[in-house]
Design a binder for this molecule. Sequence first.
Ligand code: SF4
Ligand code: SF4
Length: 229
Amino acid sequence: MILSEQKPFDEIIAYLEKDRSVFVLGCNGCAQSSGSGGPRQVEEMKQKLTEAGKKVTGTKVIDFLCEKALVKSGLKGKVDQLKEADAVLVLTCGIGVQAVAAAINKLVYPGCNTVNLGGSRGEWEGSERCNECGQCLLYHTGGICPLTACTKSLVSGACGGANHGKCEISPDRDCGWELIYNRLKARGQLERLADIMKPLDHKKIMPRPEMMSTPRYALEQPEKEEKAP
Ligand code: SF4
Ligand code: SF4
């Protein structure tokens, strides 16, 4: 399971500053269990956005947003509502947001931060990865995670070492920042590259103390080696 929590509403509404209409997408998997993006939270978000003067063109909750095939099939009946929306707000973990951004040709914004559980993984088999940084940056990067797509986890742009689109550290990997640049360009959002990115707050990357005292966290830890007598 991946734990997520909703971003402050002020941050979400700032993302939508230039957008008049929005489609809200939730996840019936981990986000529903986390209380951050299930049917209830999607409905609540719709009301809050409407009260804030945004037109919500539609909503949908899909079983696992980390599965791109489910995203595409789940949204088949929502084509008109999606077309009408300037952006899609996704209430789920960073993997789900990335999968949605890859699956549909729309502006996709994260509505949640993914919280570190100290190692839990599960549920998806796609190529998207999330480092559970607790301060999701996908709004600025076209829905591609800079922490996992870039070998150096750079959050403020490319290192300049890429060669023909491949990473200078791992030539078998695409340069994550070239992927981000190409995505932003394709979606008409190149101005995002000028966003000032704050340094990561590493306190948010660590599992929270309350998580570290749960049985689930204890079960995730490697067994300690017995000392030889
Ligand atoms: S920026 Fe990347 S690591 Fe951080 S929550 Fe978003 S997807 Fe996960
Ligand atoms: S070449 Fe690209 S992916 Fe590799 S470290 Fe530099 S910016 Fe990151």
